[in-house]
Design a protein around this ligand. Sequence first.
Ligand code: ACM
Length: 267
Amino acid sequence: MRIGFLQLRPRFGAVKENVRKAAALLDKMSDAIIVLPELFNTGYLFRNGSELAELAERVPDGYTTVEMQKLAKRRKLTLVFGLAQKHKGAVYNSAVCVTASGKVEAYQKAHLFDREKLFFARGKTLKVVPAGGAKLGLMICFDWIFPEAARSLALQGAQILCHPANLVLPYGQEAMRTRCIENRVFAVTANRIGSERRGTICLTFTGGSQIVSPTGEVLASASDRSESLRVIDVDIGVANDKNVSPNNDIFADRSPSLYGALVRKRR
Ligand code: ACM
């Protein structure tokens, strides 16, 4: 099975330009599962809710999803990409999965980072999507800091954590290696590069997109400087083996009765 990432430098607000550039790069690919960054079509630093609402799109009938769906069908791809999703009167920071067979699924980010909390609604469900011959666990960027999210996706059968990102903290990529080791799954983190300055706020994104194996090995990675498309072959069956020793299955060995504090709300 072929899995990969497309690392990009979107231009803020230039949705058609950003989508066309991604589509042109991906038009050389086929038969693969490819992850793109969080909010790849709009950029990240919204100044306020009305700017966000103007750039948000509906799924499945908004411009970006329709274009990515056409590309997925034409090139036999499964694509996972981030966009701002208009849904039932709110806007979510979502990861959309489209497939060659016409499936469209959206995961709405459950753990919002910093100023995202001012404008985006919080997602309330995690999602595992069977697509492209694998079970894809959808995560978005800051979800990485909640090991419960990756664990829950893995327990629901995810074999690959598909992780569109706009990482700004310096240790998200390293932490994703641990998410892979502790769940024995693959992960594809597709980050963006470049800086965005909007008003008085400036953010620099860390690049370093990567594909990680169930033992935490970085199988492919990008720099923090350039746009980059990497696709590699993996044996997806490796993610079904949860044994770290002949006597340790990391899922069977859990002691859920000890973990009540994990699911109690703390203020
Ligand atoms: C992030 O969650 N975009 C840092």
